[in-house]
Design a protein around this ligand. Structure first.
Ligand SMILES: *[C@@H]1O[C@H](CO)[C@@H](O)[C@H](O)[C@H]1NC(C)=O
Ligand SMILES: *[C@@H]1O[C@H](CO)[C@@H](O)[C@H](O)[C@H]1NC(C)=O
Ligand SMILES: *[C@@H]1O[C@H](CO)[C@@H](O)[C@H](O)[C@H]1NC(C)=O
Ligand SMILES: *[C@@H]1O[C@H](CO)[C@@H](O)[C@H](O)[C@H]1NC(C)=O
Ligand SMILES: *[C@@H]1O[C@H](CO)[C@@H](O)[C@H](O)[C@H]1NC(C)=O
Ligand SMILES: *[C@@H]1O[C@H](CO)[C@@H](O)[C@H](O)[C@H]1NC(C)=O
Length: 467
């Protein structure tokens, strides 16, 4: 799946109605999400949610909405009668639900059910059940419509409990590789970081059970998956004829904020996560260059993340030339699907710069104390740029510089007459249709940096490397 297919998604009319209660948050302006927690950052895009167009997007959504979507939604609403007992086992976070259960647990994939046959210390169980979609972007109807729903049932009739066909000796962890997987930002923010946060405590002694199995995704991140679990992962949706049994099971993943682990809520931090990545990918550099190291004639390495189709640097060669005259060694690279390769390149650099987009997510592979430069294109994306990359970078103690382009540095200047609303007032323009906004600012905009202006940012980055 590419950025483009995600961009192609839209909302159905019923989804729009559901959206009214929350704020829409657009990360990378690719995926739409709702989260009340993010409300304070809502920029001009807040108004978008009420004006999402249906049009042609609707057709695609209907196709995309798998059998898990609407069909199960109705069933779940009727069925869901949550008992206090089941609820105690489940955490309800703004962005994800997850349940951690100990007892006699049996997964019957054919009916998407987890039977909690017995749970020690819980004599009466009632007739409740708990529906859960194990993907950390709760509230985002578009993402969640692509996530299989599982039901946790504490049965009252022992005869209805299926017999185990496979007993596991280690805890199980059920999560989805559906949702927005395939977009590098969402891969990390919705799955990888939550998976680390939830499974690290088991030191590899955990069995992953993947629903909405995406083989491309599993290949892309096999290094990470194999570092978190010593067991071959199970494509649980295919296990129709099996009943997998566990004495400990976690359904769903924990999530704090976009690419942020809150150390007050976890024994782990993003520092641990990045150390984990460094070990998993055998990355050489733990710390970025300090300018004082330059006596050995080493120049700081600047990575320019290039994009080809949209939000590209039109004067990449000139930017590289400028950086070299300022004392950088310059590497220009595009994010690729080979994560090991991205990790190696990014880790070899001290400063990373790129236009707001999913490729910037590879900043996680930078060594400690680097500088991240995010170039923010026209379109009122400041709030989103901050949440997706600015805040996470700061929380990881990276130096973060934001370069907001001016009208003159946008390719849109050539397409619209001076003073046009697209250039002068993106916020007002947002009030028109989402699809129009998307195609203008995200898909049809390239940037040509003003070298005199950008020079200051590159010098500032050098200064920060001295600190
Ligand atoms: C939910 O459970 C309560 C008590 O356990 C029961 O009175 C009620 O009828 C149940 N509702 C549904 C819809 O099953
Ligand atoms: C569970 O449901 C059955 C029938 O559906 C009912 O007879 C029984 O009383 C219920 N038990 C509880 C604890 O609600
Ligand atoms: C799984 O464990 C249960 C309880 O220990 C046992 O009764 C059952 O035979 C086991 N099933 C398999 C397939 O090993
Ligand atoms: C799965 O369930 C369907 C009915 O829901 C049934 O027809 C089918 O035989 C089941 N498959 C297996 C392997 O048990
Ligand atoms: C991915 O990149 C790594 C490191 O550059 C390389 O060793 C490996 O062969 C690549 N894998 C594939 C499938 O291209
Ligand atoms: C950031 O720096 C502070 C102070 O030096 C330190 O306590 C904290 O652990 C660091 N956090 C990360 C994620 O590296």
């Amino acid at each position: 799946m590419t950025d483009e297919t995600i961009l192609a998604r839209s909302f159905s009319r019923s989804d729009q109605r559901k959206l009214q209660y929350g704020a829409v948050f657009v990360c990378l302006l690719i995926a739409l999400s709702i989260s009340t927690a993010l409300k304070p950052y809502m920029g001009p895009l807040a108004s978008l949610n009420l004006r999402l167009s249906t049009g042609d997007g609707l057709k695609m959504l209907v196709v995309k909405e798998s059998s898990y979507g609407q069909k199960h939604e109705a069933a779940a609403t009727a069925k869901e009668n949550v008992t206090k007992e089941v609820e105690q086992l489940c955490a309800i976070d703004p962005r994800s639900d997850y349940c951690a259960i100990n007892g006699d647990l049996r997964i019957h994939a054919n009916s998407s059910t987890v039977f909690a046959a017995t749970i020690p210390g819980m004599a009466t169980f009632g007739n409740g059940s708990r529906a859960i979609r194990p993907y950390a972007r709760k509230g985002d109807m578009t993402a969640m419509s692509n996530v299989r729903e599982w039901t946790i049932i504490p049965p009252t009739d022992p005869r209805s409990i299926p017999q185990c066909t496979r007993n596991h000796s280690v805890p199980g962890m059920l999560f989805s590789t559906g949702g927005y997987s395939g977009n590098n930002f969402h891969d990390f923010s919705d799955i990888i970081v939550p998976l680390f946060l939830t499974s690290r405590q088991f030191s590899g002694q955990v069995q992953f059970l993947v629903t909405n199995y995406n083989s491309w995704w599993v290949r892309k991140f096999h290094v990470i998956l194999e570092s978190l679990s010593r067991y071959r992962l199970i494509d649980i949706d295919k296990e129709e004829a099996q009943v997998h049994c566990f004495t400990e099971l976690i359904v769903g993943l924990k999530h704090h904020k976009e690419l942020i682990i809150d150390p007050l809520r976890s024994p782990y931090s993003m520092k641990d996560f990045r150390e984990f990545l460094r070990n998993a990918y055998s990355l050489k550099r733990s710390t970025a260059i300090k300018i004082s190291d330059r006596k050995r004639n080493k120049r700081p390495r600047l990575l320019i993340v290039s994009r080809k189709r949209t939000r590209a640097f039109l004067n990449g060669a000139e930017i590289a030339q400028l950086a070299e005259t300022l004392g950088y060694e310059v590497i220009m690279a595009e994010a690729v699907s080979n994560t090991s390769r991205n990790a190696e390149i990014v880790n070899s650099c001290d400063v990373m710069m790129g236009v707001h987009g999913a490729g910037l997510t590879n900043f996680l592979f930078l060594p400690q104390k680097p500088v991240l430069i995010q170039v923010v294109p026209l379109g009122g994306m400041e709030g989103h740029s901050k949440i997706c990359f600015g805040d996470p970078a700061r929380s990881m103690n990276m130096s973060y510089l934001e370069y907001r382009i001016t009208e003159r540095e946008s390719s849109l200047m050539r397409e619209y007459p001076p003073g046009h609303i697209v250039l002068k007032d993106p916020a007002a323009f947002h009030r028109s249709r989402w699809s129009v906004f998307k195609s203008v600012y995200l898909e049809k905009q390239n940037v040509e940096l003003d070298l005199n202006r950008f020079r200051g940012t590159l010098l500032k980055a050098l200064e920060l490397l001295q600190a």
